[in-house]
Ligand binder design. Structure first.
Ligand SMILES: [Zn+2]
Length: 642
């Protein structure tokens, strides 16, 4: 530790040479990214450990995948299945290996140092690959989709898929004898976020898949009327079900479509109450998410207690009819209760919106006759609340005095039963939240903080979230992501406090915390920024040598600039590849009350990056990148942007 120069002396020196005095602890980017720190040699006992994939795990790849671990000694020479693999000075290794065309792969790892030799056979499993039968005509019954139970509107299109011999004629036959053709299609190649993954040599042939639609009719063993209860599977009576036919010349093959369909009576839809905490754990999101397709991306965030009329179901996903035009899929697990039969679909008139300015927010209270589903959309400087099953009968907008945040409120009726109310703000959107108060929808619009341009972080409340545990990745020599994330978070806390910020940590120890406990902690603390710190890992089958780098994610539009600025600063500080900033559907960035981002600084599976993450210099560079990004974002709030 070097003795510190006295601050008085430093100030005198600056004054003497005419250097402008930077504010105490002023954040500044590093002149240039430091090269990754050299790995210190380790020469322990020779012993091979494989960190990933775990023994006997199913590796989700067909062509090649990675395997990493350590040899105990940087002086070791390592081969896997006879091919040499580089060993880092600390004994870590990362290999990119071809996979056999089989359901089991055994890797023979052999390490030697001088006359010492050790070896290890590592076995993993591989997903079975569909191998087309060696026949002119075939139809794969295991490929038929959809399967299970479905409730649908009479005649609505149901998409059917089948795999059959290329060149065959494929069709679906309904119980009433009508047939509907399926068209040849290419098998899609799965994509994984920003990572490149080539279809490779074992990809399925392009023209083996057939797709088409059939109109919904009752199929298979009878089902009860649309229900939220679980339905025991039933053996299909082939006569009552649909069948898929594949033919070529005079030959025809037939396989039953394993699907039961019941029709929904549109005039008597069951009405339910949505709540994502039906088990009352207090550890959930607090909102029910809706998606445009079953298991699709999140598009709606319904406050707990929002009602909805169900008009369809596929397995464990139910379809909520929001209005004549709009549908949302939610998980069956988020249905809290079913209202008595005969309850009409939610419907209201919107009569009054009353604004009440408060210190840190403006409360907009929607006076409704009954609760209805809704959706919130942000723009740069406006927020629109769309109410479904609603008619605008808005006689009054009460502003509650001249407020400095909401400039104007406008409303519209874009369709017969959807009504929108738009809040035009004088500043950029910073945060909002919703809740029900009896039949009133309470919508709170957060005021942005007042920023000191010279010291943007001074007085700000920043929530810092070290990602994991539970879960998280592990590096080749055993560095756990949770540990690395915490070290960066602690360095960030120090930097932010030095800049005058108040820091709320979601954890400072190694104990596990659920995702939604982290966001609710930040919300309760009224944090003005939430940043979640992570280090990345690849899915099976992605080449880590060509894809690694830094990335930053956001969810709501207001955080896009924060993500872009932080990504730019992080790339400048860390000097790793730039995977870009992206919208990502992560729990930690879905808080609507503040701009929130999630950073993935480095890849723990890369030996040089695992090593770097152990060093204070790299941890501080990571922290500095984040702090610089937040600082630039906050300063930007003072600028009259678009
Ligand atoms: Zn993580």
């Amino acid at each position: 530790m070097r003795p510190r120069p006295s601050p008085l002396l430093a100030a005198l020196v600056c004054a003497a040479v005419g250097v402008p005095t930077a504010g105490l602890g002023q954040l500044a980017p590093a002149a240039h990214p430091q090269p990754l720190p050299a790995i210190q040699p380790v020469d322990g006992p020779l012993a091979i450990t494989v960190v990933y994939p775990p023994a006997d795990a199913v590796v989700g790849a067909r062509d090649s995948s990675f395997l990493f671990g350590a040899t105990g000694s940087g002086a070791a020479r390592l081969t896997i299945n006879g091919a040499p693999v580089e060993v880092a000075p600390d004994g870590a290794f990362l290999a990119w290996l071809p996979l056999p065309d089989d359901t089991v792969a055994v890797f023979h790892l052999a390490a030697e140092r001088g006359t010492q030799r050790v070896s290890l056979d590592w076995r993993v499993r591989l997903p079975p690959r569909f191998v087309p039968p060696d026949q002119a005509l075939w139809l794969d019954p295991g490929s038929l989709r959809p399967r299970g139970e479905m409730w649908a509107q009479s005649g609505e299109p149901i998409r059917v898929e089948a795999r059959a011999a290329p060149g065959a004629s494929v069709a679906v036959r309904l119980p009433d004898g009508r047939t509907f053709p399926l068209a040849p299609d290419t098998e899609p190649v799965a994509t994984y976020g920003p990572f490149e993954r080539r279809p490779g040599r074992l990809a399925a042939q392009a023209t083996m898949r057939f797709v088409g639609t059939v109109p919904a009719v009752p199929l298979g063993a009878p089902l009860p009327p649309l229900t939220t209860a679980s339905v025991p599977p039933d053996t299909l009576s082939a006569s009552a079900g649909a069948a898929v036919l594949a033919s070529r010349g005079a030959d025809t093959l037939v396989a039953p479509l394993p699907l039961r369909v019941a029709l929904v009576d549109r005039g008597a839809l069951p009405v339910v109450i949505l709540d994502d905490d039906t088990a009352r754990t207090g550890r959930t999101r607090g909102t029910v998410v809706g998606a445009p397709s079953p298991h699709g991306t999140f598009n709606w965030f319904f406050a707990e207690g929002t009602p909805g009329a169900l008009d369809g179901r596929v397995g464990g996903q139910v379809r909520v009819r929001l209005s004549r035009e709009s549908l949302a899929w939610v998980s069956l697990a988020d249905v809290a209760s079913v209202l008595p039969a005969g309850t009409p679909p939610p419907e209201t008139r919107v009569r009054l919106v009353r604004l009440t300015p408060r210190d840190s927010l403006v409360e907009a209270r929607f006076g409704l006759e009954a609760r209805v589903p809704f959706r919130v959309d942000e723009d740069e400087r406006s927020i629109t609340v769309r109410l479904y099953g609603a008619q605008s009968d808005l006689d009054f907008v009460q502003y509650g005095g001249t407020d400095s945040l909401v400039r104007r409120v406008t409303w519209a009726q874009p369709s017969a039963d959807e009504c929108t109310v738009t809040f035009e703000l004088v500043s950029r959107v910073f945060g909002w939240r919703t809740r029900w108060d009896n039949s009133d929808l309470v919508f709170e619009i957060r005021r942005p903080p007042v920023i000191d341009r010279a010291r943007p972080l001074a007085g700000r409340t920043i929530a810092v979230d070290p990602g994991h545990p539970p879960q998280g990745s592990t590096g080749p020599t055993g560095l756990r992501e949770a540990e690395a994330n915490l070290a960066v978070a602690l360095a960030l806390r120090e930097l932010l406090i030095r800049e005058g910020a108040r820091v709320v940590m979601t954890r400072t120890t190694d104990s596990a915390i659920d995702l939604y406990e982290r966001t609710s902690l930040a919300e309760r603390a009224n944090a003005e920024i939430l940043v979640s710190i992570h280090n990345n890992a690849f899915p099976d089958g992605v080449n880590p040598f060509v894809n690694n780098g830094t990335s930053t994610y956001y969810f709501f539009p207001r955080a896009a600039r924060l993500a872009l600025l932080t990504q730019e600063a992080l790339v400048g500080e860390l000097g790793l590849g730039n995977l870009g900033a992206a919208r990502g559907n992560f729990a930690l960035v879905r808080t609507s009350w503040m701009p929130a981002i999630l950073t993935e600084g480095a890849f723990l599976m890369i030996p040089e990056q695992e090593n770097a993450l152990r060093t204070p210099a790299f941890q501080e560079a990571f922290a500095r990148g984040i702090a610089l990004g937040i600082q630039a974002f906050l300063r930007g709030l003072t600028e009259p942007g678009p």
